[in-house]
Design a protein around this ligand. Structure first.
Ligand code: SER
Length: 346
């Protein structure tokens, strides 16, 4: 760690992940605060240059978080670190530790920070469509645009973890130590977004169950055959990464008093897996995309809604996607991906 004592900072966990990459790039351009990045893996070199300090370590290490506590004055936490839905099913208890105990550690750190500097710490938490669990396809069809309070019966460890952490955040923000004599000044200002599947032009996700769409696109761009692990007719919401990052910043910047909820749905477009293939094949004519569903991963995606109602986010903090389906592929994904694999694609 370097010496940047008590300069207002933004603390980003899971900094080397897909969202971390894009968020750091944008914050480095627009934010006046120091960026303190944490990840279990070393941060990519390009990203390191954009941060004030980079810490390689685990959010479950108390000592490490104590050092962060003592060295920085944190005003915002973007807590992005998590084990995603597929990976979490292989090691559910480890996922619980990272996703829940890790979040608890960060909530404690943020609370303690606010005690020191006396202002609320904004705690921005990416939640997920995985908090929903719809029992069967007929019900999924009938459910249409799912609202935040419906179908909160997740079937994955990751979904359970995210839903519970939304509640933990709400608890720390509004009810923490409610019987104590000393009232906490400042405290946590917890804000959460339930993201759909995210698709980036620059990175490929790992360990998620919505990964089939980004995998299909990136494999085809590189001229590699792809076997899709869900059926063609599977439909869940997706979003282009720049919109996801814009949403995080919009929610961060929203005045507290306009927020009527602690966790918000947002969405952009809901193509079926077959429709994603059609779009990909229009751009990469030789793409070899087969559908070989994995029944178990398929069941997870089937339990997620085909669409979500994001009217609360639109009304409260002005959410609106910039990229619809055509723009996401035409102006963001395909140009970005072609550039990235230039010389390597067919
Ligand atoms: N993209 C995540 C996953 O597939 C869902 O939020 O696990």
């Amino acid at each position: 760690m370097t010496d940047h004592i008590r300069k207002p900072a933004v603390f980003i966990t899971g900094a080397n992940g897909e969202m971390g990459h894009s968020l750091i790039t944008i914050l480095a351009e627009h934010s006046s605060h120091s960026i303190i990045a944490l990840d279990v893996r070393p941060l990519d070199e390009e990203l390191q240059k954009k941060c004030t300090a980079v810490i390689v370590g685990d959010i479950l290490e108390d000592r490490l978080l104590e050092r962060v506590q003592s060295e920085y004055e944190i005003h915002t936490v973007y807590h992005l670190a998590a084990l995603l839905s597929t990976r979490a099913e292989f090691t559910p208890e480890a996922a619980h530790r990272v996703n829940v105990e890790g979040t608890l550690n960060l909530l404690k750190l943020a609370t303690e920070q606010s005690r020191w500097h006396g202002a609320p710490v904004k705690f921005i938490f990416p939640s997920s469509i995985a908090v929903y669990g719809i029992p069967d396809l007929a019900t999924k069809k009938k459910a249409g645009k799912v609202r935040e309070d419906d179908w909160n019966t997740p079937i994955t460890m990751y979904g359970c973890n995210k839903l519970y952490c939304e509640h933990l955040g709400r608890y720390y923000a509004s009810h923490y130590r409610q019987l104590a004599a000393d009232t906490l000044i400042g405290g946590i200002d917890f804000r959460s977004i339930r993201f759909p599947g995210l698709i980036s032009a620059v990175t490929v996700p790992s360990g998620g169950t919505s990964d089939y769409a980004p995998e299909m696109i990136h494999a085809s761009a590189q001229g590699k055959p792809y076997s899709c692990f869900v059926r063609e007719d599977v439909r869940i919401p997706f979003m282009a990464m720049p919109d996801a990052i814009r949403a995080l910043r919009l929610l961060h910047d929203a005045p507290r008093e306009v927020l009527s909820r602690s966790a918000y749905n947002i969405t952009s477009f809901s193509p079926s897996a077959g429709e994603v293939r059609t779009i990909v094949k229009e751009s990469f004519r030789d793409a070899e995309i087969a559908f070989l569903p994995d029944d178990k991963r398929q069941a997870i995606v089937d339990s997620w809604p085909a669409d979500v109602d994001d009217s609360a986010a639109r009304k409260d903090w002005g959410w609106e996607p910039e990229f619809d389906l055509d723009q996401a592929f035409g102006t963001y994904l395909f140009p970005g991906i072609r550039k990235q694999y230039a010389g390597r694609s067919r």
